[in-house]
Design a binder for this molecule. Structure first.
Ligand code: G4P
Length: 282
């Protein structure tokens, strides 16, 4: 779904999130483990202030193990709780629940002293579109539905979704805007499908992806498509993949649309490999 963010939307979103923050104990900030920089909202620290939060690197099944570990360590070094999960299969969810209870412990004790006993941990889920917010809600609540759509902001009436894990989730996650200004960020968001082919046509996007993969992961590209990278141009690599995969038009010319779709789809599904596109800076 295509959304355009205007300053008015951003202001409203921020206001509704800030209003809801007072109702929750902790925040789950979801980011994409393949692009932990590009998938973060640019002013998230400002919005959340000192609210306890857990940074959740979702889709870690699509990112490299080395990348996942590096990012967890990076955030932990910054005194932030971080955990890699795969919201779809549920991997890492037990650890997330454990961390949530740890993070709530001080407040739980405080609440107990005030006579508030056995209250579940109240959580708000935040993240940019397509990062996996509804999937995580469904997995935690063990239900199938809750497609939240990608409309900016939190709008619906607030209901608590009870989970078996002693968590209560605010039913509507906060949908944040990504950073758009940076060209590289835009490309990363488009490669992973967070924004759907909005910044470039699919052929140019696929060519950019080939460039990125040929430079950083030549072996994966070679292994998946059986093409030698060497000093070929990115267009030549694309054409060779087209020939190998039978993406040809009637006259035998390359079907650039088809080969682009193959490359983008296979990258997004993790078929080319588990690939982390961004690493923490040293
Ligand atoms: P949102 O609420 O934050 O907008 O995201 P949502 O849960 O709808 O998830 C977006 C897509 O990402 C979905 O794919 C979902 O299945 C997939 N997804 C979510 N978490 C994970 C994960 O941990 N691992 C993997 N591999 N995929 C995950 P989809 O239904 O195919 O949607 P689309 O990609 O066609 O938009």
């Amino acid at each position: 779904m295509n959304i355009n963010w205007y300053p008015g939307h951003m202001k409203k979103t921020r206001e509704s999130i800030e209003k809801n923050l007072s109702m929750v104990d902790i925040v789950f900030e979801l980011i994409d483990a393949r692009i932990p920089i590009s998938s973060r909202n640019p002013i998230i620290d400002d919005i959340l202030g000192s609210k306890p939060r857990i940074i959740i690197l979702n889709k870690s099944d699509l990112a490299s193990e080395v990348g996942n570990k590096a990012w967890e360590e990076y955030f932990i070094k910054k005194n932030l709780m971080a955990v890699c999960i795969d919201a779809l299969s549920g991997k890492g969810i037990d650890r997330l629940i454990k961390l949530s209870n740890e993070l709530y412990e001080d407040k739980r004790q405080k609440n107990e002293r005030r006579g508030i006993i056995n209250r579940p941990v109240r959580v708000m889920i935040l993240g940019i579109p397509n990062v996996g917010k509804s999937t995580l809600i469904n997995t935690l609540a063990r239900r199938k539905s809750a497609k939240t759509g990608n409309k900016p902001g939190i709008t619906r009436s607030n209901q608590w979704i009870k989970t078996k894990a002693n968590l209560e989730l605010l039913d509507t996650p906060g949908i944040l805007w990504p950073k758009f200004e940076d060209k590289k960020v835009g490309l990363n968001l488009a490669f992973t499908g967070a924004i759907k082919d909005e910044i470039l046509d699919r052929e140019s996007l696929a060519l950019k992806l080939i460039e990125s993969l040929a430079e950083n992961f030549p072996n994966l590209l070679n292994y998946r498509y059986n093409v030698e990278i060497n000093d070929k141009s990115y267009l030549q690599i694309m054409e060779e993949i087209g020939i190998k995969r039978g993406a040809l038009l009637k006259g035998g010319e390359i079907d650039y649309t088809k080969v682009s779709n193959i490359i983008l789809d296979e990258f997004r599904k993790g078929i080319i490999g588990r690939i982390t596109l961004e690493f923490p800076e040293e």
